[in-house]
Design a protein around this ligand. Structure first.
Ligand code: GNR
Ligand code: NI
Length: 168
């Protein structure tokens, strides 16, 4: 397994629209394992392939306390079930150190394939519902900072650019 490098805002590669996964092969299984390891190492609840500069429709999520229940979503699709929304403070491994409230649909249906190509459906609750939508945004080149005011986004951009010029 390997720890992958996570791209950080405002890296333009985070704006890439990911392509569907068509080959369920050994390379995909290795990428899934590496993404899970990278998510755990970074203490994230989710990771989209986009964030590790792989532009395929693949997401890993683990919302468990024990960090021992990874879920894999290949080619995910989300259907919004009703008009209910909820505001939750979000963070992102690609926007380190910043947390802002984002309003999203509360009730969604997720249809995806697992790493072997088998289709499944899920009606997520709570943090999982938020996380699936946050990760789906990554696959479409979108970040949670796109939902905050332009002023806040510019401040976040400036601070991260400064940090990136002065590496740890
Ligand atoms: O680790 C993460 N926490 C989180 C908290 C609230 C809403 C969304 C997230 S996802 C984030 C990991 C990440 O950046 N995934 O793309
Ligand atoms: Ni993120």
């Amino acid at each position: 397994m390997a720890i992958l490098k996570i791209l950080e805002f405002p890296d333009p590669r985070l704006r890439t629209i990911a392509k569907p996964v068509t080959q369920f092969d050994a390379a995909l299984l290795k990428l899934v394992d590496d993404m899970i390891e990278t998510m755990y190492e970074a203490d994230g609840v989710g990771l989209a392939a986009t964030q590790v500069d792989v532009h395929k429709r693949l997401v890993v999520i683990d919302v468990s306390e024990e960090r021992n229940a990874p879920m894999v979503f290949v080619n995910p699709e989300i259907t919004v079930l009703d008009q209910c929304t909820r505001e939750v403070k979000e963070g992102c491994l690609s926007v380190p150190g910043f947390y802002e409230p984002v309003t999203r649909p509360e009730h969604v249906l997720v249809r995806a394939q697992d790493q072997h190509g088998k289709t499944f459906e899920l009606q997520p609750d709570g943090l999982l519902a938020v996380c699936v939508q946050h990760e789906m945004d990554h696959l479409n080149g979108k970040l949670f900072v796109d939902y905050v005011s332009a002023l806040k986004r510019q401040r976040i951009r400036s601070k991260l650019e400064k940090q990136q010029r002065q590496p740890a």
